[in-house]
Design a protein around this ligand. Structure first.
Ligand SMILES: [Zn+2]
Length: 388
């Protein structure tokens, strides 16, 4: 068992290690001398850290071919990341699918694995299945537990208490109805979990930017990323647009309010609306085709949905000013006709700051977004954000 002194020493060592990794990630390749300057670590400490990282397969050392020879005439040796070493593991426990992503220290994908699962399997069953999948990936050499610095887990229908996310070294409180211990047992790296769709937003984050990610399918789920980090808020639900009222005189929502975006803009209600207007269609895909072919009713309903979406998105943009709005989910198939009212509403609002630059796009189809985002959150939490 670890004593408090042991864990304090481990934490210091971990911080030193992350300083070394951060420098190598930033520059791609670094000599020991350069690392000494970057990290301000003593030669002895650095040597121990580098030795350990090499032994674990995280760093590789090679002669720098295009670099001047060192003082003694020998070619300078440089350290770089082992491109096959996974730094972070992301696991999505979705309603019908378990997905695993392994990302390297520079954020590139090292491995992906997916498995369909019945939606009737309870969360602890999905956790056990995911633990088996991780164990297999370890056995196949596609995950090396020695190089993994953190695990992120995205869970459908669960939201993490933001107060429990501040220190990933201690165990976070468990999701309702299950324990994540089976995953901790197969992969000893520290683990953080949160809602799967919120973590998927992290898969679209680039260069520490600000983005609003909105998934329109059976309901509305959304999340805001600010400065490259998931905005969690006081209750872990910051950036959820579904329950912004877009019509105070609208129908009662299950949340207790009236005219919430989600009660209008969801798959079932959109199909009911086209039927009500005299054009029954079997699916959102059929409706997207009809709208594209110029069907008047389908086109009008898409514009109507886009205008309701615009009301909520403009409100969010006033408050949070993202540089990008990314629309995903089943309804994103409507494409431009859905986005146009959102762009129009954003352009129409003159805040006297000159033209507002907010890019509005649909998300490219990414079946691994949930696990990629979870891994990216882990990478940011433990590695890339370590020196910021
Ligand atoms: Zn509501």
């Amino acid at each position: 068992m670890l004593t408090p002194d042991d864990s304090a020493l481990q934490a210091v060592r971990r911080r030193h290690e992350l300083r070394v990794l951060d420098s190598v990630v930033a520059h791609g390749s670094r000599t020991r001398r350069e690392l000494e300057e970057d990290t301000k670590l003593s030669r002895t400490t650095l040597s121990a850290i580098v030795g350990d990282l090499r032994l674990r397969g995280v760093l590789t050392e090679h002669s720098q071919e295009f670099h001047a020879a060192g003082r003694n005439g020998r070619p300078t040796k440089a350290l770089s990341l082992n491109p096959t070493a996974g730094a972070a593991v992301g696991i999505e426990l979705g309603r019908r699918r378990i997905s695993i992503s392994v990302l390297g220290f520079d954020g590139t994908a090292v491995a992906h694995e997916r498995s369909d699962v019945s939606s009737s399997v309870p969360l602890d069953g999905k956790i056990a299945l995911a633990a088996d999948m991780v164990a297999n990936l370890i056995r196949d050499g596609r995950i090396n537990p020695e190089t993994v610095i953190g695990t992120g887990v995205g869970i459908a229908s669960r939201h993490a208490n933001p107060a429990s996310l501040s220190d990933g070294i201690d165990h976070q409180s468990e999701p309702r109805g299950a324990t994540l211990d089976p995953l901790r047992q197969v992969l000893p790296a520290p683990l953080l979990w949160d809602n799967n769709i919120r973590l998927a937003a992290m898969a679209y984050e680039r260069d520490n930017d600000d983005l609003l990610y909105v998934v329109l399918s059976a309901g509305v789920s959304s999340a805001m990323v600010t400065g490259g980090k998931l905005l969690r808020g006081g209750n872990g639900i910051a950036g959820e647009l579904g329950h912004i009222s877009v019509d105070f005189a609208g129908p009662a929502c299950w949340c207790g309010r009236h005219g919430c975006l989600e009660s209008f803009v969801n798959e079932a209600n959109i199909l009911m609306e086209v039927a009500r207007r005299g054009q029954p269609l079997a699916s959102i895909a059929d409706m997207a085709v009809a709208a594209e072919q110029g069907d008047g009713i389908a086109t009008n309903v898409v514009s109507w949905a886009g205008e309701l979406l615009a009301r909520a998105v403009v409100g969010a943009c006033v408050l949070l000013d993202p540089s990008r709005v990314v629309i995903a989910g089943e309804l994103s198939q409507f494409g431009e006709p859905l986005l146009e009212p959102v762009r129009h509403a954003l352009a129409e609002q003159n805040l006297d700051l000159g033209p507002r630059a907010t890019e509005v796009t649909t998300a490219p189809f990414a079946p691994n977004a949930g696990s990629d985002g979870a891994a990216r959150m882990a990478l940011k939490h433990w590695a890339l954000a370590a020196t910021s």
